[in-house]
Design a protein around this ligand. Structure first.
Ligand code: HEC
Ligand code: HEC
Ligand code: HEC
Ligand code: HEC
Ligand code: HEC
Length: 372
């Protein structure tokens, strides 16, 4: 087959465009915001580190995207916030400028490797520019929650009755009654007013600004509104907005509860024979939902110890005995004694023995920082 001249020309021109296009993409990729912050952080980390070997490791590290995969709460989240917010658990950085600063101490026990960031802060976990990640883009309707508004995030797990640590939610719920909102509005399980809109999921429907406006000036969004304009202080309006914005019917605590019930089912499952390979060991780990309690390289729960480098810590014999009966080796262990076949035990030990390398870089850097 012969190719005509015009066809050849088309190929050449097409080729040039392809190269230009790729070049542009490469350039854009290279010049991104997250790279800028990572480089700045690395420079700071190198500065702070005295130990020569560690310094060397850091100097040879190039910027990369860091992410936390959160599986314990509702749908899977991929939070890349730590790509820029690099100092989150590095206590040396309490006075560093954002985005590098140590996270402030907060109530309760919420290790960020298990909780990620967007569970509390909303925003767009996958975003890699400030605008995208903080949810300021046009196509994202869950902008970052900060300051007192973070209580909207708390409510996804700590819903009614609200914790004392979430005073605005409590106050908002109180005002809903004290200011007679309940007389006109329905909220499932709370009130059944008929004249006004059903507010059961109003938080999923409207952004904060709209809710604010609807309360302060009911006629703003609807000229003929029947809703009276009420005497409310700024703080009372804020409490009502926070309370209403938290009404989404979403409850992230359902996840762990379901996991726990699955666990009970798995405990009753009959063991089967499997090939003694790394893959089938990994599968046993996944099927028994071991990561409901254990973290490997940043993924999983915190009830049991982190197993990322467990292969360096124990012999195969110990592992097998521990699985047959955890309490025979660790007094009072709450780890469940599942039923395993001999081959499952061997495969599992093979897989656990292979865990020797921590691949979440931050963990290495931070751990080192704390030991000093
Ligand atoms: C591309 C880098 C980058 C990413 C990705 C990023 N941030 Fe930020 N963040 C910043 C910078 C820079 C600041 C300080 C300036 C500002 O507020 O815009 C900041 C500030 C903040 C603040 C304080 C804002 C305030 O008003 O006090 C919070 C909270 C925050 N980020 C949370 C997050 C969360 C949650 C994510 C992930 C969903 C995230 N960030 C992802 C760069 C980033
Ligand atoms: C359990 C809830 C929770 C989780 C999970 C969480 N935060 Fe926060 N965060 C808070 C609270 C509460 C505050 C304090 C209120 C405020 O100032 O915004 C806060 C404050 C911040 C601030 C502002 C600090 C300042 O000095 O003003 C940043 C930045 C931030 N968080 C980033 C993150 C990032 C990044 C993650 C994920 C690695 C994360 N947070 C995970 C609850 C949480
Ligand atoms: C994604 C779910 C989730 C979010 C969001 C969340 N928490 Fe929690 N919180 C938990 C879990 C699970 C525990 C129990 C952890 C433990 O005890 O190990 C807990 C424990 C607590 C406790 C300890 C008392 C208790 O009831 O166990 C307090 C206080 C608390 N959280 C406050 C907050 C505040 C304030 C926020 C918002 C800034 C928040 N939480 C956001 C899941 C969440
Ligand atoms: C006399 C009855 C009445 C009372 C009392 C009342 N509302 Fe309303 N409200 C309405 C009606 C009717 C609407 C429907 C739309 C309209 O007419 O603007 C509405 C709309 C709203 C909306 C917008 C909902 C949407 O989806 O657009 C919010 C938010 C709201 N009310 C909050 C409150 C709060 C908070 C209080 C108490 C401080 C309150 N309302 C008291 C009658 C009332
Ligand atoms: C309900 C939570 C829970 C589940 C599910 C769970 N574990 Fe554990 N695991 C623990 C706790 C708590 C410990 C610490 C006490 C102990 O060592 O027995 C532990 C300890 C371990 C250890 C370290 C033992 C040592 O000290 O050497 C290994 C390895 C381990 N678990 C593997 C697994 C595997 C594999 C599975 C799934 C088949 C699993 N775990 C499921 C809670 C759990």
């Amino acid at each position: 087959m012969r190719i005509g001249f015009s066809m050849k020309l088309a190929f050449v021109i097409g080729g040039i465009f392809l190269l230009l296009g790729n070049g542009f993409i490469l350039y854009k990729n290279y010049n991104t915001e997250w790279r800028y912050y990572q480089k700045k952080y690395l420079a700071m980390a190198i500065e702070m580190t005295e130990e020569p070997q560690m310094k060397n490791v850091l100097m040879n590290r190039s910027p990369r995207i860091e992410q936390l995969v959160v599986t314990g709460f509702g749908k899977e989240r991929v939070d890349r916030c730590v790509t820029c917010h690099t100092g989150i658990d590095d206590e040396r950085l309490v006075n560093a400028p954002q985005p590098f600063r140590t996270h402030p101490k907060i109530y309760g026990n919420h290790p960020y490797r298990t909780f990620g960031c967007t569970t509390c802060h909303a925003g767009n976990g996958r975003g890699l520019s400030v605008e995208d990640a903080h949810g300021k883009g046009k196509y994202w309707n869950e902008p970052l929650l900060v300051g007192d508004y973070i209580e909207i995030g708390c409510a996804k797990c700590h819903s009614n009755p609200y914790l004392p640590e979430t005073p605005y939610l409590r106050k908002g719920a109180e005002l809903f009654h004290a200011k007679a909102c309940y007389g006109c509005h329905k909220i499932e399980g709370v009130s059944d007013g008929k004249l006004g809109t059903d507010l059961t999921k109003v938080g999923a429907k409207w952004p904060i600004e709209y809710l604010h406006e609807s309360i302060v000036d009911p006629k703003a969004n609807n000229f003929e509104s029947l809703m009276p304009k009420m005497e409310l202080t700024d703080d009372e309006v804020k409490a009502l907005v926070i309370y209403l914005k938290s009404l989404t019917s979403e409850n992230l605590m359902v996840g762990p509860v379901t996991q726990y019930q699955n666990l009970k089912q798995w405990k009753e499952k009959k063991p089967v024979e499997v090939p003694i390979t790394l893959e089938s060991g990994k599968k046993v780990f996944e099927d028994r939902a071991c990561n409901a309690c254990h973290t490997i390289n940043g993924v999983g729960g915190k009830i049991g110890p982190d197993l990322s480098v467990y292969g360096l810590q124990r012999t195969k014999e110990w592992m097998i005995q521990h699985h047959i009966n955890p309490r025979s080796l660790v007094a009072g262990s709450i780890m469940p004694d599942f039923k395993y076949s001999q081959s499952e035990l061997e495969a599992l030990a093979l897989y656990l023995s292979s865990l020797k390398k921590l691949t979440v870089d931050n963990a290495v850097v931070h751990k080192f920082g704390k030991e000093k």
